[in-house]
Write a new protein. Structure first.
Length: 309
């Protein structure tokens, strides 16, 4: 496939000669070699976006989906570059209709690509989520964070979990430094819900004791890091940040009593872990948080897990 055909399609879009552009795009899909497929499709999609041809963009992305999926495994480096560009375009132009197709392509890529290349893409997507959060674009931020976290939940590698959660923690703390802890909670709401999910997993006996301890440790250690770093950057005590977290979680739960209990359990576990792992920091502040620990929702199962992590 020659670059001339791609150029012809892009020029046809620019001139609003949409049928000629569609015909040319079909020829690209029929003739493109896998080594040039991602760049060719990417250039055409970008041309459609720049001319505000959103319907054409959606149409082409759907038309190219199978070809892209089949080429992902063999051309992982090119696929990663393409998906990074596509993710930015979909989020920057707020193309919500394209999100399901993008999500499928990213998930397929994650399953097929070498670990190092996949990790680089996930890092790029998390950075993009941070940019969307700074803009206050909740839908785009949530889409990227859910994509990131759903893939992580399929992993059973504690090293990967620690690396990814540390990256999330850093992004959260940077946002909190700019706009305050409560706004960071709202921007990274999916992260707080992940902590809740991990705590729930820790309480289920279908998992081994080792898995239960690992889930609880991942959740509470990351949350402790967020609390401590947010307090340090805002020159507050840890207890003040815990208070802000409590207020946000209460608001998040709304009138849902079951959700409120689950979030209160998360908070009580987080405070208890903070007290046991940072005794010097927490000793003078703990008495100011006693009301948040009553009534205690930490049953024997969670108490035993806390004693072993």
């Amino acid at each position: 496939m020659s670059t001339e055909l791609v150029l012809e399609v892009c020029l046809a879009v620019r001139r609003d000669e949409l049928q000629a552009a569609r015909d040319g795009f079909t020829k690209i899909l029929e003739s493109a070699a896998k080594q040039s497929l991602f760049k060719a499709i990417g250039d055409c999609l970008l041309a459609a976006v720049r001319r505000q041809q959103r319907q054409l963009f959606d149409e082409w992305l759907e038309q190219a989906r199978e070809a892209l999926l089949s080429a992902t495994a063999e051309r992982s480096a090119e696929a990663a570059e393409f998906l990074t560009r596509l993710s930015f375009v979909v989020c920057d132009r707020r193309l919500a209709e394209a999100q399901p197709a993008l999500a499928q392509l990213v998930r397929s890529f994650a399953n097929a690509a070498p670990a190092a290349i996949a990790a680089k893409l996930w890092a790029e997507l998390l950075s993009l989520a941070a940019r969307m959060a700074r803009r206050g674009w909740r839908e785009e931020t949530a889409f990227l964070l859910r994509l990131y976290l759903r893939e992580l939940l399929k992993r059973d590698d504690s090293a990967v979990w620690q690396q990814r959660l540390l990256a999330l923690q850093l992004h959260f703390v940077v946002y909190a430094r700019w706009d305050g802890f409560t706004k960071a909670c709202a921007a990274y709401q999916e992260l707080l819900l992940l902590f809740l999910l991990l705590v729930r997993r820790a309480g289920k006996k279908i998992y081994t004791k080792e898995q239960q301890e690992q889930y609880l440790l991942l959740s509470l250690r990351t949350l402790r890091g967020i609390i401590s770093n947010a307090a340090r950057s805002s020159m507050k005590d840890d207890m003040e940040i815990f208070r802000e977290l409590y207020q946000y979680l209460w608001q998040l739960a709304g009138d849902n009593k079951r959700r409120r209990q689950q979030l209160q359990l998360l908070l009580q576990l987080a405070i208890s872990y903070w007290q046991s792992s940072l005794p010097k920091t927490s000793r003078k502040q703990a008495r100011f948080l006693e009301d948040l620990l009553q009534p205690s929702l930490i049953d024997k199962l969670y108490e035993d897990l806390l004693n072993h992590i």
